[in-house]
Design a protein around this ligand. Structure first.
Ligand code: DP6
Length: 355
């Protein structure tokens, strides 16, 4: 057990100095990635990472991040090992800033963090979502805080907007807060992983890290895309309709709204200056194959994030048909089948020291 002083806790709320106790034992957390059915794209505050629109997502069982964090009294700097390699300077800086926010002070104990994804990092498979959700849990516990899901979601959001949703299982909603301090910007659970047995097939068309991060893409879009205002103003309606479609388990409506939000976001990004296009040839070919399937009576719908992978939403009985349709596309390297997955959790087993 060690101690650290907090002067100015979360979200700009001034508090008196308090002495907090942190743990010197390693903490391991697991969080699953999520894919937005109604997309988040754009920020109303870059400083506090406040989204300009709400979003609705599905947490996936097949993709996860496992993160072990240990604070050390003798560590001079944070250290981050990402997928068995020393992380880049920008990745480490992002994590260090996040730990400052979690602790409420940059005058905090330093940590060693080992994080592993069971899927390609930074290629549009929502590694920042599962990564920051896992880190929020591990940091909260390591810093001796006992945080509610709401507080964990808010904290995860400060690392990456989509991470706020990975705290929860199944379907969740990132709410759009009205306040400037972000106190209302956190996700809430809609329906857990057992609510509706849908499948999301991920067609991996590239393992490469994307050139333009979501954050940069969003900022460029907001500054230069002529329809950005309409994206923001028309978004609450998409949110309402999607919540209703999911509540009614109306698969066709859920799929149509999913595709609509995806193409609305990508069309908007393409209209930025210079244009933003996250797709490759296999991305486009996959979209067309899915649309042919639909013409032939198979209900399957695509969604794409800030990368070239295509995620296909379908019902379990059509998984094979979709897999067959994807099997001979040039450039589709693999297909990962995912079901609705669990929320983020701490692994309570006794962990070995990593420092
Ligand atoms: C296209 O959550 O990665 O996947 O908050 O800047 O870290 P930052 O962005 P991030 O953006 C996700 C964008 C998206 C859509 C979504 O997940 O809602």
């Amino acid at each position: 057990m060690g101690v650290y002083k907090v002067r100015n806790h979360f979200f700009g709320t001034k508090t008196h100095s308090v002495i907090k106790k942190y743990s010197l034992s390693p903490v391991t957390a697991v969080a699953h990635s999520n894919i937005a059915l109604i997309k988040y794209w754009g920020k109303r505050s870059v400083e506090y990472n406040l989204p300009a629109v709400g979003s609705i997502s599905l947490t996936l069982d097949a993709l996860h991040t496992k993160t072990t964090l240990q604070f050390g009294e003798t560590l001079k700097e944070d250290q981050l090992i990402l997928n068995d390699k020393e992380a880049t300077v920008p990745a480490l800086k992002r994590v260090s800033n996040f730990l400052d926010m979690a602790a409420g002070s940059s005058d905090r104990p330093k940590a060693k963090i080992i994080s592993e994804n069971n899927f390609p990092t930074g290629a549009g498979l929502a590694s920042s979502a599962s990564g920051f959700a896992a880190l929020a849990l591990a940091a909260g516990k390591g810093l001796g805080q006992s945080l509610s899901d709401e507080a964990l979601s808010r904290l995860a959001r400060m690392g990456s907007g989509s991470a706020a949703r990975s705290i929860y299982a199944g379907f969740s909603e990132m709410q759009l807060g009205a306040k400037d301090d972000g106190s209302e910007d956190f996700a809430i659970p809609l329906h857990d992983e057992n609510y509706w047995d849908v499948r999301l097939l991920v067609a991996v068309t590239s393992d490469e890290k994307k050139d333009l991060s979501s954050t940069e893409g969003m900022m460029r879009t907001a500054e230069t895309a002529p329809y950005y205002g309409r994206w923001v103003s028309s978004h609450p309606n998409d949110m309402r309709e999607m919540k209703k479609a999911i509540a009614e388990k109306d698969f066709e409506k859920t799929g149509e709204l999913t595709e609509h939000s995806c193409f609305k976001m990508h069309g908007l990004a393409m209209a930025a200056k210079p244009p933003i296009l996250y797709w490759n040839a296999a991305t486009t070919e996959t979209i067309h194959r899915v649309w042919i399937l639909r013409k032939n009576g198979i209900p399957a719908y695509v969604t794409i994030d800030a990368g070239p992978q295509v995620k296909i939403l379908c019902l379990p009985e059509f998984v094979e048909d979709v897999e067959d349709a994807l099997s001979n596309i040039d450039g589709v390297r693999s297909v990962i089948e995912a079901k609705p997955g669990p929320g983020a959790y701490i692994m309570e087993t006794v962990n070995e020291t990593i420092i």
